[in-house]
Every structure is written in C-alpha cells, then in structure tokens.
Design a protein around this ligand. Sequence first.
Ligand code: ADP
Ligand SMILES: Nc1ccn([C@@H]2O[C@H](COP(=O)(O)O)[C@@H](O)[C@H]2O)c(=O)n1
Ligand code: MG
Length: 488
Amino acid sequence: MCGFKEMGSAAVEDMIEASSGVHFSGFHMDGLDSRHIKKPMISPATESMHNQPFLIGVAGGAASGKTTVCDMIIQQLHDQRVVLVNQDSFYHKLTEEELARVHEYNFDHPDAFDTEKLLDSIDNLRHGRAVDIPKYDFKSYKHDVFPVRRVNPSDVIILEGILIFHDPRVRELMNMKIFVDTDADVRLARRIRRDTVGKSRDIAAVLDQYSKFVKPAFDDFILPTKKYADIIIPRGGDNHVAIDLIVQHIRTKLGQHDLCKIYPNLYVIQSTFQIRGMHTLIRDSQTTKHDFVFYADRLIRLVVEHGLGHLPFTEKQVITPTESVYTGVDFCKRLCGVSIIRSGESMENALRACCKGIKIGKILIHREGDNGQQLIYEKLPQDISKRHVLLLDPILGTGNSAVQAISLLVKKGVPESNIIFLNLISAPQGVHMVCKSFPRLKIVTSEIDICLNKDFCVIPGMGEFGDRYFGTDDDDDQKVVVPMQQSC
Ligand SMILES: Nc1ncnc2c1ncn2[C@@H]1O[C@H](COP(=O)(O)OP(=O)(O)O)[C@@H](O)[C@H]1O
Ligand SMILES: Nc1ccn([C@@H]2O[C@H](COP(=O)(O)O)[C@@H](O)[C@H]2O)c(=O)n1
Ligand SMILES: [Mg+2]
C-alpha cells in the first residue's frame, strides 16, 4: 500500500525535507555592502540557487485529481506568486490526417507531447523571462482556439500532467515531485463524466479510448513514474492533511516562514486577498497618486491596528446599559508615535485616527548614498522614556535608518521592548539587521519582499514611497504645469 511517503508518520517531515534542496526565494545580497549586514545568512555560493523559482511537479493518472490538488495548493499559497503550467498545453499539433482519424490517436503516449517546447518554456521562467503558453482545447484538439496565456516568472512554478515525470530532463528540474494516486475505477468514473458532460463526447468512444490507450499507457508509462515521487497523495484533493503538509513545506522552502521562526518578534500580518489586492495596487507603477494614497492608507490603518494589538493592557470592568458587568480591557495610555521623516509621516493620520490625541515625535535621518546614515533632526516627547513607542516607516530596506532611529530612542531611555516598529513592506536584509541589533523590539509588517537590488531598492517593492504618496515623483500627470506668461 502506498501512502503519502507516508503521510501522518513522524518521518514525514524528514522525508519531505529530504525531497528537495534548500530553497529561499529571497535572501540574495547582490551588491550589498558587507558593512550593512553584520552576518550574512547564506554563502555567496548558494545565492544563485536561491533566486530560482521553486519547481513542483504533479503527476498521476488522468482524472486522478492533479488539477484539483494544484488548485488547493495555489489557494493556500495565495500570498505567494505561484503559476500553474499544464502539460496539456504542450500536446503536439495534429496533422489533418491525424485529426480525421483522431479516435486512433494516442494522447496518453509520451510522444504526444512536445517536451522540447515544454523545457524551453520552463527554462525561460526559471531565468526570470515571461512566456506565452497556449491553452489547449480538448474539443477541437487545437491550441489556437483560446488566446495564449502570458505566464510571468514566479516564486513557485507548478508543472502538472499525466507524464510530467517521464522525461528525466524535466524531472531533474523539480524541487518537489508529487504523485496523485487515485483508484482506477474512480479515475474512470470521473473521466466518463468529464468527457461526456464537459467535452460532449460519446460514451462508447470514451470507453474505447480508455481500453485502447488510456489504461495501457497508465500501466506502461504513468505508473512506472510513481517511483520518482517524493510525496504520494492517496485520494487526491480529499487528502487535506497531505495538502496542508505540502503547503507548510513549500512555505519553509520559500524562506518567509524561516524569518518568523528565526525572529519571534517579527509579526507578518495574516495575508488575505484584500491585503494582496491593496499591495497589487500600491506596487503597480501605473496606479494614480490618488489610488496609491487611498490604498496605502487602507493598508497603513491595518498595520497600525495590528501594532496596537501588541501593546500591554489592563483588565477593566464596565457596567452595560442592561446593568450587567462586562469584563474587558483598558487601552495602554502611555503611548506615543515617532515617524521617520518623510515617508513615516504618511502613517501619522492612521495612528491619530486610532489613538485620540496621541503625541507624535519625528526623526529625520539624512541618507548619504546609503553608506552611512546621519541624523539631522529629532523632536520627541520629553517623557518618551516612560512611553511605549510606535515607530513609523512604511518601508524597511537595508535597516540603516531604522537602526539609527531605534538607537536614538534607546539612548533617550525607551526600553527596547517598549518599541513597536510598524511598516508595510520589509526586505529580509532590513529584518535581519533590526532584529539582530534589537532582539526585544517588535516589528509588525504586512509583507516581506524578496531582496534589495544593487541600488538598495526593495525588490519587487513599490518604488520611492514618499515620492508616490506625497506626489513628488516625476510622472507627467502629477506635475503642476505653470503657463509661460505666469512664470515670467
Ligand atoms: N476529491 C474529489 N472528489 C470528487 N470529485 C473530484 C475530486 N477530485 C477531482 N474531482 C473531479 O474529477 C475530475 C478530474 O479532476 P482533475 O483535478 O481535473 O483531475 P486531473 O487534473 O488529474 O485530470 C474533475 O471533474 C474534478 O472536479
Ligand atoms: N485531445 C485530447 C487530449 C488529451 N486527452 C486526454 O486527457 C488526459 C490528460 O488530461 P488530464 O487533465 O486528465 O491530465 C489523457 O488521458 C488524454 O487521453 C483527450 O481525451 N483528448
Ligand atoms: Mg488536469
């Protein structure tokens, strides 16, 4: 009996762990001055590997539930960039003669697929190039019925198909191989339903194709590839335990999970499609200033609310209008905000909206080519050492400005554990720098990005936050055009 090799046993995690090499989607330190990172997390030799997407192969008999399993994985990984590539898209184009005698064509044989083209597409995706992948039409047996699908490079690529493990060159690219193992009679029943209802085929033709091609090909080509699988999922999409473990493992491999494990004081707010949608808008270079401000404000408000949830509280009882006692909590009163000028100021309104009358101090750090930081202005509440401080800056990049600002707060007597640093997007480098320097401080962020580029910009990031929020970027539509006669 083959199970999830084998799901549910203590050895499962170890076995999954052994299934693929170490993989982080981010954490490359290209061009980052070693002075900025106290201790690199990975050796340069492993860097290129970390930039490659995590490739998952999903094989199994026709109608075993491969697509269903992939959809479930993608659904759970909604906060990651995941693309699904179907082997169906690489069916060879049929000649007129083959089309005329299509009932004699074997769609389940390895030769039915254009594996060279598949390899070429994967190679492009692995090297960060977008590809156009045709969408196969099962009714007409053609690729030109639907528009091609533009597939962008992603952190995770899932390759799905009956014979995706057949060619060793494709297999070797995979970091994780999953085989969906479903009973033959269940597969046949689903196939009959799918082909007659979904593809409007005649039941006699479906059964004929099954006995002539589908079953023999399963026995001769598909089943023998099960031995290459790292994970075998019995019952496909019904096996929620297997899918949860697979998703957990992928997250670990992607590294984001690791950062939260390394630094228990790093809090990444639970992603939802709403949050992903807001990030999509503020990261899009085409978003207008008006929309940028609107969605950035929504996200900031969420981060601020989460940050406030980390403040200490005291129990409080009140009497309700029904003269009952309600036992609740009282907000922490000794509180202040400190914004790092200029971007941090965009977060002040949200903080004021949540904490009536809150005092907000400011710190201005001048960036000099990112090699060193220079503090040039500070205005903080006099009694700041007695307050919990919410430090505001929407982007955590190298961590230099943040470390400088936090050092100043600590010098003013604020206990490290009384500081909560709020931001929208964090680069792993900044997280390492801040969390290592101040292990008792808390960071609350909404997303962790991949890395910094050689110009110290967060990637994928969203550009200069301050310029986009305050409208000082170079977009033509943002410029105030002064008519000639007035400017004289
Ligand atoms: N666990 C399941 N229970 C019931 N029906 C399922 C299940 N998994 C898949 N199906 C149905 O069976 C058919 C084949 O599933 P699909 O995921 O497309 O398989 P494959 O991609 O392996 O061909 C689909 O119509 C799907 O809705
Ligand atoms: N024109 C075609 C092409 C393929 N098939 C069958 O599809 C099955 C593979 O698709 P899955 O989603 O089930 O992986 C395979 O068994 C082919 O026989 C087809 O019927 N017509
Ligand atoms: Mg499928």
